[in-house]
Design a protein around this ligand. Structure first.
Ligand SMILES: [Fe+2]
Ligand SMILES: [Fe+2]
Length: 465
């Protein structure tokens, strides 16, 4: 581990002068981007952050006060496996690729650029949230997520610089030029152009959209292109905290709402009504489902065949790693009706991965409903049907209700305000967002966490303002 190099890394960067020079040229541009688009108003503050100083189980989470622009971003890959093999597809069992297979160069670069683009995008989406944090604990968690998304950008930029030559370097530059929500140079994926300007959005985003990241990274962590697999494996260790922030954040909002329901009218008492929480779930869950791509996809089949993108837990969950002979039954819209269609399993792998994601999200819903039950509320939250409010794939261009029934566009438009956040809902939530900067204090619309970070109490001064 070369921790004290200008770019901390465990890839022996100093032995590859050309790559080192290229990345050192990119570094100041990255820092400019961070200062321009990173958390607004807090760059000079000491934040109690974890920094990766080793990829081993002990050392990767070192906690101390850091000013964010001085955070040690770096390039960390899981150590190589001796005798790594391609784990699935047509080249199953052959030695893992150490270089990009020629015929998949463009496709693989696209995957890496698309993943890489999401990392700075989310930092941009969240850059104003510090000004309305519900507590110092939450403020610290926001910044932790932000600096780590910055590091994930480094991970993808390392792959682009290291394995894709000139066009990889151009793509790495472009990653710092696009801007979330900018009509002229938007981020690539739509979920990453949506505003994330209140904390309910932030928690739903980290719960649902970061969780998409977990599943994409998990599929790439199985890759036969070994540098990609090792990069993604290490990113996943950090990603777990982001989902924790969203999952527990929404759980704490549910707890507070249920407590206020016992006292009277939630709105009058300054809480977030369950109907609004449900609408935010509907919004972010549906946008996050789109991130998995089309239900029927020849790209997914090609990537699997080539051994580049596997299934979730490909090695642990499956014994047949070729997936060439099985079929998958899909529900599609044909002549204005829902019908089933058999497709080859390899063409359905986006949908298979989406299914794993949905199962994982359901566990989150069960946790929040348990909180509601504990607080004596009889209402329950739920996930909308995966066909609801989709903009990508088989269901895009059709309209469905929350149960997945095909409905007319007129009916959808008429009932949309029951299902998705309205302007008034968003304004109401925003009206509750006032900063709480005193250690140990918390905003009225959310319950405190069950525990602090890394053994520190909730009252700890997580950010020195
Ligand atoms: Fe990330
Ligand atoms: Fe994340």
């Amino acid at each position: 581990m070369n921790l004290y190099d200008r770019i901390p890394n465990n890839v022996n960067l100093s032995e590859d002068k050309k790559l080192q020079r290229a990345l050192e040229k990119w570094l100041p541009n990255y820092l400019d981007w961070w200062c321009e688009m990173g958390p607004d108003g807090f760059q000079e503050k000491d934040v109690w952050l974890r920094t990766a100083i080793d990829v081993g189980s002990e050392g990767w989470a070192h906690f101390d006060y850091v000013k964010m622009p001085e955070y040690r971003w770096g390039i960390f890959l899981e150590p190589p496996q001796p005798d790594a093999r391609v784990g699935f597809g047509d080249n199953y069992g052959r030695p893992a690729y150490q270089e990009v297979p020629g015929e998949f160069r463009n496709a693989l670069r696209r995957i890496i650029v698309t993943q890489g683009d999401t990392e700075p995008a989310s930092v941009e989406q969240q850059r104003q949230l510090g000004k309305t944090c519900p507590s110092l604990y939450d403020l610290r968690n926001l910044f932790q997520v932000n600096v780590e998304e910055g590091r994930h950008l480094w991970a993808m930029v390392y792959l682009l610089h290291g394995y894709f030559g000139r066009d990889g370097r151009d793509e790495a530059d472009a990653l710092l030029e696009r801007r979330s929500g900018n009509p002229d140079k938007p981020r690539i994926l739509e979920a990453f152009n949506q505003p994330c300007d209140d904390w309910l959005n932030f928690f739903a985003f980290t719960m649902f959209t970061d969780r998409d990241g977990k599943y994409q990274l998990s599929a790439l962590a199985e890759s036969g292109f070994e540098p990609l697999a090792r990069t993604c494996k290490f990113m996943l260790t950090e990603e777990a905290h982001h989902m924790f922030v969203g999952d527990t954040g929404l759980g704490r909002v549910c707890r507070r709402t249920a407590q206020l329901m016992k006292e009277g009218d939630v709105r009058e008492l300054g809480g977030i009504p369950l109907e609004i929480i449900q609408k935010y779930i509907n919004f972010w869950f549906s946008y996050s489902l789109d991130l998995f791509g089309g239900e029927i996809s020849s790209n997914s089949a090609d990537f699997f065949a080539a051994g580049l993108k596997g299934r979730y837990k490909e090695q642990d969950q499956y014994s047949d790693h070729s997936a060439a002979s099985e079929n998958f039954t899909m529900t599609v819209v044909e002549d204005g009706e829902l019908k089933t269609r058999e497709v080859g399993l390899r063409n359905a792998l986006n949908e298979v991965l989406r299914g794993e994601y949905v199962k994982d999200c359901e566990k989150g819903l069960a946790r929040w409903n348990k909180v509601l039950a504990e607080e004596g509320a009889s209402e329950r939250l739920f996930l909308p049907h995966p066909r609801f409010h989709r903009h990508v794939g088989e269901y895009a261009g059709h309209t469905f209700d929350l149960q997945g029934n095909l409905i007319s566009r007129e009916e959808f438009e008429r009932r949309k305000s029951e299902w998705l956040p309205t302007m008034e809902d968003r304004e109401y939530v925003r009206s509750l967002m006032h900063p709480v900067y005193e250690a140990g204090k918390i905003a009225n619309w959310i319950a405190p966490p069950a525990a602090g970070i890394k053994g520190k109490p909730f009252e700890f001064e997580y950010v020195r303002l």
